[in-house]
Design a protein around this ligand. Structure first.
Ligand code: ADP
Ligand code: MG
Length: 427
């Protein structure tokens, strides 16, 4: 399987430069993963291990190939110094459960401690059963060192001496020019993408390189501010844009509607007007809500559907209404490519979840190529049920990374994996 971006994969690395096969055997393979899992505030236990599960195919592939596997990640925001609450020990224990293998977590990610663990790691003999024998080294939290976030060459070299081959399978971190994502792979001639990153690149590339038309984007969520760049990029690429969620309130207010207590970004009204004009000039069909579901506040337990011109005094628009759902669903049914980011309402609260769930259902039924990106949006799709989630062509594991990719921006982690020659670097 080739990625569309001239990047080697863990499988091409395994076949080796001479295609002799089994090339990863006994090599020290550094796998950058995203084990930045949510932890329970009081017990410190992992509340959702899907990020660990997502990295298993790549880790198990390297183990089966007989490699010495070194797994590395950041967890939380330890501010550049050791914080026992953010130790990767808890992820190591879960990784051991999931793989049935022994996992060693040295006390630091660089220096003598990991060097010794890696030196002593037992590997699988290729082709044999992987349960029991081989061991994994999971490095301690990369962000215990401030240099991780500084794309620091010296820190990259300290990590680099631990490994022969670099594999990135942390799609959620690809948009950050951090040492383990950017400086480190640039030091390694043998570098490539893991299975998760490959899957992400294959799906998301279809949104950027010649997407099937009509291309429809559904945008929602809280803030216009966070997403201005992706909104502007999509206004230049899509045929239809549906806007819901709190984001729609700013657009509706820009059109002169009194949104009462709804979340509206007053300082973005002018921008919203510019985008409305831009859509009209570019012939983009911009669909805003015609009706909304209102409540008295974020804690409201009762809901009322009203037209956007008649939001009652003292209420907030917390979801899109049924007429809007129908309009969005109709647009979705004719689209060839669909990208969705941002829930249509306060979906965490039952009375205001319907817009998001119905849009997810409509997207699941749509015959076009459907992709959802964004942490809360992906959670909303999963909340709508496993059947709905399965009907999507791709649910991205990267929030910020998927948005930047869809904007057409280059991601530092991807650039660092590309094959370059000296001449490329001189250009
Ligand atoms: P993502 O993580 O998918 O990028 P965002 O973080 O931008 O999405 O937005 C998700 C949040 O937006 C959710 O917590 C949801 O409750 C909230 N939200 C959506 N619509 C509204 C609304 N009309 N009023 C208040 N909050 C909203
Ligand atoms: Mg979010």
């Amino acid at each position: 399987m080739n990625t569309p971006t001239n990047i080697a994969t863990i499988e091409t690395l395994q076949s080796g430069p001479l295609e002799e096969g089994g090339w990863l055997a006994n090599k020290r393979v550094f796998i950058r993963v995203d084990f930045n899992v949510p932890l329970d505030k009081s017990s410190g236990a992992i509340t959702d291990d899907s990020r660990i599960q997502a990295a298993l195919p790549t880790i198990e592939f390297a183990i089966k190939a007989g490699a010495k596997v070194i797994v590395a990640s950041h967890l939380g925001r330890p501010k550049g110094k050791r914080d026992d609450k953010l130790s990767l020990e808890v992820c190591g224990a879960r990784l051991a459960e999931l793989t049935g293998l022994e996992v060693h977590v040295p006390e630091d990610c660089i220096g003598d401690a990991p060097k010794k663990v890696i030196h002593d790691l037992r590997v699988a003999s290729p082709g044999s059963q992987i349960r029991g024998g081989p061991q994994i080294c999971l490095l301690e939290n990369l962000r215990f060192h401030p240099e991780e976030k500084q794309d620091d060459e010296a820190f990259a070299r300290s990590l680099g001496v631990l490994c022969d081959v670099y594999v990135n399978d942390a799609f959620g971190a690809m948009h950050r020019a951090h040492t383990s994502v950017h400086a480190l792979p640039m030091l390694k001639a043998d570098r490539g993408a893991g299975f998760l990153v490959q899957k992400e690149l294959q799906a998301l590339s279809k949104l950027v390189e010649a997407p099937g038309k009509p291309y429809l984007a559904v945008l929602g969520g809280v803030k216009v501010t966070d997403k201005i760049e992706v909104i502007e990029a999509l206004f230049g690429r899509c045929d239809t844009i549906c806007i819901g969620g709190a984001m729609a309130n700013t657009f509706l207010a820009a059109q002169g509607h009194d949104m009462q207590k709804s979340l509206v970004e007053e300082d973005k009204l002018a921008l919203a007007r510019t985008l409305i004009d831009k859509a009209r000039d570019a012939g983009v069909d911009l669909l805003l809500p015609t009706d909304v579901v209102v409540g008295e506040g974020l804690e409201a337990t009762s809901a009322q559907t009203v037209g956007v011109a008649a939001v009652p005094t003292g209420t907030m628009a917390l979801d899109i209404g049924p007429a809007t759902i129908e309009r969005f669903a109709k647009a979705l049914s004719g689209a060839k490519t669909v990208f969705w980011n941002g829930p249509m309402g306060l979906f965490e609260s039952e009375p205001f979840a319907r817009g998001t769930v119905e849009v997810a259902l409509a997207m699941g039924k749509a015959s076009g190529f459907t992709v959802v990106g964004g942490g809360d949006s992906a959670a909303a799709v999963r909340q709508a049920g496993s059947e709905v989630a399965a009907a999507f062509d791709h649910i991205s594991t990267g929030g910020g990374a998927s948005l930047q990719f869809v904007e057409g921006k280059r991601l530092p982690g991807i650039e660092a994996l590309r094959h370059r020659t000296l001449d490329d670097d001189r250009r």
